[in-house]
Structures are given as C-alpha cells and as structure tokens.
Design a protein around this ligand. Structure first.
Ligand code: S3P
Length: 173
C-alpha cells in the first residue's frame, strides 16, 4: 500500500478522534484539522448555533463541502465530526483524501464518555442513551464499510493507538 497523503479519523462522538488525531499529527509532524472547528471558522458560528439556526441538514451540507476540499490536502490528520463517516455521498471523497481509520469503541465506552463529558463544547445532538445507541447502530456498518483500518479503542491508551498508526503509515512508505 502506498503512503497515505492524509489520515482521516472517523467514528462516533466520544470515540477519541480529536485526542488521537492531535497526538498522531504531533507524532508524524503533520498538520491537524478538526472538521467541526474548521466549519465553525468558515461559518463564523458555533456548531450548536448552526444546528439551531439552520438545522442539521444545513450542517451536513457544510460537512460535504469540507470533504470535497479534503481531497486536495496533504500530510494532514483529520478528525471528522461523528456524522461525516456515515454520509454515503461523501464516502468516495473521504477515501480519495487518505487512509480512513475508524476508531471503534463499545456502546458502553462511548456512552460513558459522551454522557460524562463536561469539558467540551455543548453537543447539538446531545440525546438520551437509547437514541444515542440507535444512532450508533445505524452508523456502525457505514463506518466499517468506509474504513481502511478498523481500530478497536476500548482499553487502549492514546499512545498505543498512535504507535499502531504511526507504524502502519511508516511501513507503507
Ligand atoms: C455529530 C458529532 C459532532 C459534531 C456535530 C454532529 C454527529 O462531532 O460534528 O455535533 O452527528 O455525531 P464529534 O464527533 O467530534 O463530537
């Protein structure tokens, strides 16, 4: 497999895309982009205000625009928003953009992290446990289909996940 031009992290809210992505970008000495932060910069509003003002479908359109741009990036680790890896109409763009890594975690781990997260920005899709699990179950097959690598994260440290990915990327050089 040739060296990827970018690494695209996909997975549910709470799967660790931003923390793993940031640490991976340091380890590779690549840029780091969080698509939620990029959309907030481009739009001038917080994600929660975009959802409240214009609705989820509008936000999904903005995500599709980012996916199209991503194809031109190089040496960037991308932490996608939880919905990006589940949108079939941008699956081709994400695959063309780089190595797609699905950070997989159990329902319990994800729910535990999302429900206890008091530090991050408020999540517009904050929801009850059942709705969260339902969304996870609907998305998981799409994440799996899109991914080049499915990386189980339960019980793994950020350092272990980063080491695995760096090794994988360096071996393809
Ligand atoms: C969303 C996940 C969020 C953000 C938005 C919608 C989702 O990103 O894009 O709130 O649909 O799962 P994180 O996965 O980074 O929390």
């Amino acid at each position: 497999m040739p060296a990827p031009k970018n690494v695209i992290l996909i997975g549910m809210m709470g799967s660790g895309k931003s923390s793993v992505g940031r640490a991976l970008s340091w380890a590779l000495d690549w840029d780091f982009v969080d698509t939620d932060a990029l959309i907030e910069d481009q739009d001038g509003r917080d994600i929660i205000d975009i959802f409240e003002g214009d609705g989820e479908e509008y936000f999904r359109q903005l995500e599709r625009g980012v996916a199209v741009d991503m194809v031109r990036w190089e040496h960037t680790v991308v932490a996608t928003g939880g919905g990006m890896g589940a949108q079939p109409d941008i699956a081709d763009a994400l695959q063309e953009a780089g190595l797609v890594v699905y950070l997989e975690a159990s329902e319990e781990t994800l729910w535990d992290r999302v429900s206890k997260d008091e530090t991050g920005a408020p999540r517009p899709l904050a929801m009850a446990r059942d709705a969260f699990i339902e969304r996870l179950e609907a998305r998981a097959p799409r994440y799996e289909e899109l991914a080049d690598i499915i990386l189980p994260t339960d019980g793994a440290s950020i350092g272990e996940l980063v080491d695995f990915l760096v090794d994988n990327i360096q071996r393809s050089n």
